[in-house]
Design a protein around this ligand. Structure first.
Ligand code: ZN
Length: 242
C-alpha cells in the first residue's frame, strides 16, 4: 500500500492545493491527514473542506480542538492565540461540528498515527529530545508511527533501548526489524528553513519513505493574511520557512 501522509495545513489553502495536486500524481492508495487544518492561516473553512474531500483518515490537531473549545489554549503564544480567536470567529458551524468529531490519534492498517505523540496524544507534547522519543516507542502498537505538530520533518529510527538514530535524509528505506516515528513536516507552515510545503509518501511494500517538497504562491497567502489583519510575525515566517 502506498500512503500519502500530510499534516499541519493551518488555513493555508494555496499550500494545500499545491500539495494535493502533487499527491494526485503520486497515485497513493490512501491519504492520511494528521491534524491542524486551521490556525495561523487565512482560509480555515476552505482547508477543512479540502481535507475532508482528500483524506481517508483525518486526525485533530491542537489548533483544531482549540478552535472548538476542546482544548485549553492558554499555553498558546500571543500570535497563535490571536489567530485562534480570528479562526474561531470565521469558522462555520458545520466545520466546527466536524472538528469536534475528530480524534488526535489512531491506527490505519499497519501504521500508527498521532498529531503530537502516540504516548499522550491529548497533551500536545513535542518529541524534541531522544529521551522523548524513547518514551514514545514504548507506546507503539505498530512499527511505524506518523506524527506532525512540530512542523519539522524527521525520521527517528529506534535500533534498541540505547539507540535512536535521527535521520534527516529526504528518502529512507525502513529496516523491517526496527521501529520508526516519522514526522511528516508541515504543508502550510514549514519550520525547517525550507519554505516549500512538505508531506510524505510511504510505500509499505518497498518500505520506502520519501519527503516531497512543493512550491506554492506564498505571496498570495501572505496578502490574504494581511487583509485579515493576522499577526505580522505569522505572515513573515511563511517566506522564511521557520
Ligand atoms: Zn501545527
Amino acid at each position: 500500500m502506498k500512503l500519502a501522509v500530510y499534516s499541519d495545513v493551518h488555513g493555508n489553502m494555496e499550500a494545500l492545493a499545491a500539495v494535493l495536486d502533487d499527491m494526485k500524481r503520486e497515485e497513493p492508495d490512501a491519504r492520511i491527514f494528521l491534524g491542524d487544518m486551521v490556525g495561523y492561516g487565512p482560509n480555515p473553512n476552505e482547508c477543512v473542506g479540502m481535507v475532508r474531500e482528500n483524506a481517508d483518515v483525518v486526525l485533530a490537531g491542537n489548533h483544531d480542538w482549540a478552535a472548538v473549545g476542546l482544548t485549553d489554549p492558554s499555553y498558546f503564544n500571543p500570535q497563535a492565540y490571536e489567530s485562534l480567536v480570528w479562526t474561531t470567529e470565521v469558522l462555520s458551524d458545520e466545520n466546527k461540528a466536524y472538528l469536534k468529531t475528530l480524534s488526535p490519534s489512531g491506527l490505519f492498517g499497519n501504521v500508527q498515527l498521532a498529531h503530537s505523540t502516540p504516548l499522550k496524544p491529548e497533551e500536545w507534547l513535542y518529541i524534541v529530545s531522544l529521551q522523548d522519543a524513547m518514551e514514545n516507542y514504548a507506546a507503539l502498537e505498530r512499527n511505524v508511527c506518523f506524527v506532525g505538530h512540530s512542523h519539522q520533518p524527521i525520521i527517528l529510527e529506534y535500533a534498541d533501548e540505547a539507540n535512536i538514530i535521527p535521520i534527516h535524509d529526504l528518502y529512507w528505506t525502513l529496516d523491517a526489524k526496527r521501529k520508526y516515528i516519522i514526522n511528516v513536516g508541515s504543508v502550510g507552515q514549514p519550520r525547517d528553513s525550507n519554505r516549500d510545503a512538505c508531506y510524505l509518501i510511504y510505500d509499505e511494500k518497498g518500505r520506502n519513505a520519501g519527503y516531497r517538497r512543493v512550491e506554492y504562491d506564498i505571496a498570495k497567502t501572505q496578502k490574504k493574511m494581511a487583509s485579515a489583519k493576522l499577526p505580522e510575525h505569522l505572515i513573515r515566517r511563511l517566506a522564511e520557512g521557520r
